[in-house]
Write a protein that binds this ligand. Structure first.
Ligand code: IVH
Length: 713
């Protein structure tokens, strides 16, 4: 009759081919040939035809990217060859160790270019395996536990950069799709990602619709792939890069680079930052380059994957249980990571403050495994609404203690448990008290064992009595075994007792006894600091010793008198006064002196320099504080003596914590800005102080810069 069907057939097949090509140009090559409107018009026509003639619609038709009927569940999919993970390197030396191991295994010369690597960005997305049979995408699976994943074929079909059908493309001048040399069976592995901009747009849309937000692009990609309804996945801006292979038939690869180029020639998306065949020193140079580029890339990467290029060598090196020997992921310093709060416990500090601490599922943040993060106090927990079982974002900046930044609401299951501050000290059981005007909850039992441990650790620390070798674990044992009950008891310890402690021997015990002996003569300021009086850090102790050259004078000083000292506020004055008026503390000091402690008085007219009969080299050179504890080095000098004003809300610590840290480092922290102010630290919503500082030309720094200064101590 009529030749209509064949005409339609031709039109359908031409449109399919054309749209596939445009799709490839747009999503893989990032180089569109036609306008979006024209593409949409052609797609609408194809859809119209395929709807009218469903038998002419093929599984690889571009219309198949819009999603299929929803699934009930995801089917399990055992991987024929396990999808391995990668070992991590966090430093140049880790990388070097990997290279040396590899060279040794391959009996190669580690120098020069005997071993060549192909390196790729480590994409921060979701690993997926694609199966192509005779060039057609027949299955896609998640990595799962590496051995068994889930079938997500319909979802992956919606990802525009994933070819539904492999077709040889001329990778150079590429608008011809010719079908040659397509493998009969091919498992390709890669990473599904979402570009930063698309992620932001997605979250903006979700915000408008009052839907929960994704924490980051990786989460959004994972959530999008986990949809039983692939139409939802189709609406998400997913893309993919491929970087690995599973089972393959009808093709052979000699090198990793050649394999990637083959993938590209079949229309698959390969990351443009892959660098082929480079020796180890260039690997290092390229890592630095990539690290610099990191922030400007359209997608998130969290490191660089280094792979031995030669596939014969890869096979020879083989695999360990969960990772290959021929590759390593060299991670960038993580700024923030997500993990789960397994528990919230309470720690009792030196001054009796109860601090809630999140016990985290161990996670690597910037090369360090983090398993705890302080939650500061109950106000902070309530403000962030952190609960046991929550997924949280954790940061580590410089040397600052890991911190929980926020909770990922989208990961809430409803089984999370709220934390309640205990009514009793978890260590000694006595009732706890909330300090007026402060967020702190305190155990006020002075003989609480937890406090005692912390006080003794402080007492023997470098900037205090500096008892070399008397570490934290040993202090804890001595307190737990009730061998010491106060600072004074430290000086009654004998070698036999110490040698009987865990991980101690005769020699280390003798060293500690010698260190204790040596510590007995101590400058006044260090003695005051060692006592661990509230609000009395190194700087306050120094100021006090400058004004009261002997211990007796400090012990007799009145609150009002102390308050007249520039840099000593009412809190410190009150705390020092109360401390010395307490009869227990007077007894303690008598005992210390009876046990041989000699507190050196400060010589007149060299008040802030040395102490009489100083035997400490760091006290006779005009740099009284130098060489002690965290104030080592030159950077400490940038803070010491400088006048700071803090304003606005800080995000990583409270203003009073910042103040304490600055004062401990020898800075002065005042309440108002004047021309004498050296730095104004401006947090969020800084107001009139900022305006004043700017008008006076005072240097304004932000929290990050402050952290840098603190980190440099
Ligand atoms: S190769 C046997 N290359 O990192 C080698 N993995 O920690 C297997 N990843 O599960 C992986 N970018 O999800 C490889 N260029 C890349 C990668 C990459 C990201 C992910 C992948 C894998 C994880 C391993």
């Amino acid at each position: 009759m009529s030749n209509l069907p064949s005409k339609i057939e031709k039109e359908i097949s031409a449109l399919q081919e054309e749209l596939t090509r445009h799709n490839y140009h747009y999503h893989v090559l990032d180089d569109p040939l036609i306008s979006d409107a024209e593409y949409d018009r052609k797609m609408a026509r194809l859809l119209e035809l395929e709807t009218a003639y469903p038998h002419l619609s093929t599984p690889d038709s571009p219309t198949k990217r819009v999603g299929a009927p929803p699934l009930e569940i995801f089917e399990n999919a055992p991987h024929t060859t396990p999808m391995l993970g990668l070992d991590n390197a966090f430093s140049d030396s880790d990388l070097e160790a990997f290279h040396l191991r590899t060279a040794k295994f391959l009996k190669c010369n580690p120098e020069g270019d005997d071993i060549l690597y192909t390196v790729e960005p480590k994409l921060d997305g979701v690993a997926v395996e694609l199966t192509y049979e005779d060039g057609l995408l027949t299955r896609a699976t998640t990595r799962g536990d590496g051995f068994i994943g889930e079938v997500i074929t319909e979802n992956v079909r919606t990802i525009r950069s994933v070819p539904l059908k492999l077709a040889s493309v001329d990778v150079g001048a590429s608008n011809i799709l010719v079908e040659v040399e397509i493998p009969s069976f091919l498992e390709v592995r890669g990473e599904v990602i979402i570009n930063r901009k698309d992620f932001e747009r997605l979250n903006r849309m979700r915000l408008e619709k009052d839907e929960s937000l994704f924490a980051n692009p990786r989460n959004a990609a994972a959530g999008s792939l986990r949809q039983l309804d692939s139409k939802i996945t189709a609406s998400r801006p997913l893309s993919m890069f491929v970087y690995g292979v599973g089972i393959h038939e009808g093709c052979d690869f000699t090198s990793h680079g050649q394999m990637l180029r083959s993938f590209a020639s079949w229309g698959m998306p390969i990351n443009p930052l892959v660098k082929e065949l480079i020796p180890i020193d260039e690997v290092i140079t390229y890592y630095r380059e990539l690290e610099k580029k990191r922030e400007s890339l359209p997608y998130e990467i969290d490191g660089m994957v280094v792979k031995v290029d030669d596939i014969t060598r890869q096979k020879f090196l083989g695999e360990k249980a969960r990772s290959p020997r021929w590759a390593i992921a060299w991670k960038f310093q993580a700024v923030e990571t997500m993990t789960v709060v397994n528990d919230i416990i309470v720690q009792v500090g030196r001054t009796g403050s109860l601090t809630p601490v999140a016990v985290l599922e161990p996670v690597n943040v910037g090369g360090v495994t983090v398993s705890r993060a302080t939650l500061h106090n109950m106000d902070e927990i309530e403000r962030k609404d952190v609960r046991v079982g929550d997924t949280v974002v954790v940061i580590r900046a410089g040397d600052v203690i890991p911190k929980v930044v926020k909770v990922i609401d989208a990961n809430r299951t409803g089984n999370e448990k709220r934390f309640v501050m205990p009514k009793n000290c978890p260590v000694c059981g006595s009732t706890v008290h909330r300090v007026a005007d402060e967020a702190a909850i305190k155990c006020i039992n002075a003989s609480c064992r937890a406090q005692l441990k912390e006080r003794i650790k402080h007492f023997v620390s470098k900037a205090a009595f500096d008892v070399d070798g008397l570490g934290k674990k040993l202090v804890e044992q001595l307190v737990d075994r009730e061998i010491i009950h106060s600072f004074a008891d430290l000086y009654t310890l004998d070698q036999v007792t110490l040698a009987a402690m865990e991980r101690m021997g005769k020699k280390s015990a003798a060293n500690i006894i010698a260190a204790l002996e040596k510590s007995k003569t101590i400058p006044l300021k260090r003695f005051i600091y060692a006592l661990g009086i509230d609000h009395t850090g190194e700087s306050a102790a120094l100021l006090l010793s400058q004004h009261y050259p002997t211990l007796d004078l400090i012990m007799d000083a009145t609150r009002e008198e102390m308050e007249t000292i520039d840099g000593i506020g009412p809190k410190t004055a009150g705390a020092v006064h109360d401390f010395f008026k307490h009869s227990d503390n007077q007894v303690l000091i008598e005992q210390l002196i009876a046990n041989g402690i000699a507190v050196q008085s400060v010589e007149k007219n060299s008040a802030d320099r040395g102490h009489s009969q100083s035997q400490f080299s760091d006290n006779g050179d005009g740099h009284g504080e130098k060489g002690q504890g965290r104030q080592d080095g030159q950077d400490g000098e940038t803070i010491r003596g400088k006048k700071f004003v803090l304003t606005g809300t800080l995000s990583q610590m409270t203003r009073s914590e910042a103040k304490e840290k600055l004062i401990e480092a020898g800075a002065k922290v005042t309440g108002s800005v004047s021309s004498k102010t050296d730095y104004l630290v401006a947090g969020e919503a800084a107001g009139s102080k900022l305006t004043k500082a700017e008008s006076l030309g005072v240097k304004v720094i932000n929290e990050e810069e402050l952290l840098d200064m603190i980190g440099a101590w």
